[in-house]
Design a protein around this ligand. Structure first.
Ligand code: DQA
Length: 143
């Protein structure tokens, strides 16, 4: 079983980007924690990050069909990218949206996610652990 872990814009800057909101781990360190859990669970995870909406869409269209599920943090695209929303809506595999910070406790423009509307569920505010929890859910519910 293979799961995609997809991170959107500015998440390449984790570690140096407001650690009070986003934690102190770099993206590579975060991915290593997910990789460790995947190994324990006996599944494969493939990581991808881009700052570009088109690259995220191309990746999901190309790679998601051969995966068993997608974990995605769309970053700020969550709040307005109807193109990314359409891509996620068209996927046949389950999608879990993850936010490091609790977007519901932040600025009003962050409290709504257009992409979360087409996800199976959302985890927000649990930091890097949200990605691990999303993976555990997808593995437990994979057919
Ligand atoms: C984020 C929340 C978004 O509002 C923000 O634009 C991000 C990160 C999070 O993980 O908390 O880039 O998705």
């Amino acid at each position: 079983m293979t799961f995609l872990v997809v991170n959107g814009p500015n998440l390449n800057l984790l570690g140096q980007r407001d650690p009070r909101l986003y934690g102190t781990l770099t993206l590579s360190e975060l991915e290593a924690r997910v990789q460790d859990r995947a190994r324990d669970l006996g599944v494969e995870v493939e990581f991808f990050q881009s700052n570009s909406e088109g690259a995220l869409i191309d990746h999901l269209q190309r790679e998601a069909p051969r995966s068993q599920g997608v974990i995605i943090n769309p970053g700020a695209y969550s709040h307005y990218s109807l193109a990314l929303r359409d891509t996620l809506e068209n996927l046949k595999v389950p999608v879990v949206e993850v936010h490091l910070s609790n977007i519901h406790a932040r600025e009003p423009f962050r409290r709504h996610s257009v992409t979360a509307e087409v996800a199976k569920g959302t985890i927000a505010g649990l930091g890097w652990y949200g990605y691990v929890a999303a993976l555990e859910y997808l593995v437990a519910n994979a057919t």
